[in-house]
Design a protein. Structure first.
Length: 420
């Protein structure tokens, strides 16, 4: 476990911020569904001297010398990624999820081409065509939505109709706030009918797929899968793009470097290798299944006590609670209230939200991080009870201070990996 003694001696101001963050992570409940805690081994390699090396190019084909060991770690990351996701080709250099999305668009499209993605108001992601992103000046984005927000069923008939009219070159399956499993076979069928590539952005659920707790889009013949590596997959912050098609693989590699990015961040590539090695172990499959069990359990606990969840439940690691309907509170009020008792989640739009993005009706929460701490169904009940108590006692300052103490004591029983 890192001790940070050199940092403490040389830069007390930065060390103080780090110490504060370690304390916050130990004493609080992390429910932001895109966050997780990496292992001590992943933390160690991220802080290693691989940081010092420039490695433009790919293993065996670099622009600079001295690549014996960078080639070794990048090859390990690639081979482990291929094994984990049944991919024929993996590029492990994207610096994060948004760059992986952009590199994929640039590799597979021409300016002016159309991409069809999930509507942002129904759970899609900013990088899938939100007007605030620059990428929308280069490509046209069209949408698909849920047919029924009570079940979460996607409107696949409308998807086909719009696809026939708009002729997208990519149909994108992926989300950051959708609690159900997509039907990849149906999406692939639509893509095939209109001659589009089927691309999955599985950033949120990569760990579930790796652990066999969610379906792998490659099993339904998807052309490309891209992902972040730091959410349910529990690796370093970073991105990755995979395909089964060697020709697409060549296009993707050329676009990631030199087309779009510069040199890889080699300590993160090495950390991806370590995280993928961990995800290949049988215990990671137990972890992935437990994330989903915990999430379903907590969702049911809330619903049994009158809470309204978008799609009335979950199939994955996340849930969206309509706070207005559940508790007559805005999402922002719930986020701020929970911050006061050491419980972290984020305000979030719900489907067809009548309110604005910065002041939405809902909150989004997930179970990836708390499952890493070893929490199971029993602990989900305790956490959900803490949250309901915070809501009930929201105007009672003394009760909230006492609850914060209880949350802290509870959290200290479940160590955070990498923090002493
Ligand atoms: N920040 C990530 C999420 O929470 O979904 C991806 O943008």
């Amino acid at each position: 476990m890192p001790t940070y003694t050199s940092l403490q001696a040389s830069d007390p101001a930065v060390y103080a911020a780090l110490a504060g963050e370690m304390k916050r992570q130990k004493e609080g409940v992390e429910l932001i569904c895109s966050e997780n805690y990496v292992s001590p081994a992943v933390l160690e390699i991220m802080g290693s001297v691989f940081n010092n090396k420039y490695s433009e190019g790919y293993p065996g084909k670099r622009y600079y010398g001295g690549q014996e060991f960078t080639d070794q770690v990048e090859t390990l990351a690639i081979e482990r990624a291929k094994q984990l996701f049944k991919a024929g080709h993996a590029n492990v250099q994207p610096h994060a999820g948004a760059p992986a999305n952009i590199a994929t668009y640039f590799a597979l499209l021409e300016p002016g081409d159309t991409v069809m993605g999930m509507d942002l108001s129904h759970g899609g992601h900013l990088t899938h065509g939100h007007p605030v992103t620059y990428i929308t000046k280069i490509f046209k984005f069209v949408r698909y939505k849920m047919k029924d927000v009570e079940s979460g069923e996607i409107d696949y008939e409308e998807m086909l109709e719009v696809a026939k009219k708009e002729r997208p070159k990519i149909i994108l399956a992926g989300f950051s706030a959708y609690p159900r499993e997509l039907n990849y076979a149906k999406i692939k069928a639509v893509a095939k009918e209109v001659g589009a590539l089927a691309v999955a952005d599985m950033a949120h659920i990569a760990g579930l797929i790796a652990g066999g707790a969610a379906r792998n889009p490659f099993d339904d013949d998807f052309d490309v899968i891209l992902t972040t590596t730091h959410k349910t997959l529990r690796g370093p912050r970073g991105g990755m793009i995979m395909t089964k098609d060697p020709e697409l693989g060549k296009k993707i590699d050329k676009m990631v470097f030199p087309g779009y990015q510069g040199g890889p961040i080699m300590q993160m590539v090495a950390a991806k290798a370590v995280a993928f090695g961990e995800a290949l172990k049988p215990e990671f499959s137990d972890y992935a299944h437990q994330i989903v069990k915990n999430c379903k359990h907590m969702a049911q606990f809330f619903m049994d006590r009158g809470a309204k969840l978008v799609t009335n439940g979950t199939d994955n690691h996340l849930m969206l609670i309509d706070c207005v309907k559940s508790w007559n509170l805005a999402g922002k009020e719930v986020e701020q209230l929970f911050d006061r008792v050491n419980i972290t989640l984020n305000k979030n739009m719900i489907a067809d939200d009548p309110r604005k993005a910065m002041d939405p009706s809902g909150v989004r929460l997930g179970t990836a991080a708390i499952t890493t701490r070893g929490m199971k169904e029993k602990e989900m009940d305790v956490l959900a009870q803490f949250m309901l108590r915070a809501i009930e006692k929201r105007n009672d300052e003394k009760a909230l201070i006492s609850l914060r103490g209880e949350v802290k004591e509870f959290c200290l029983q479940f160590p955070v990996p990498g923090i002493a």
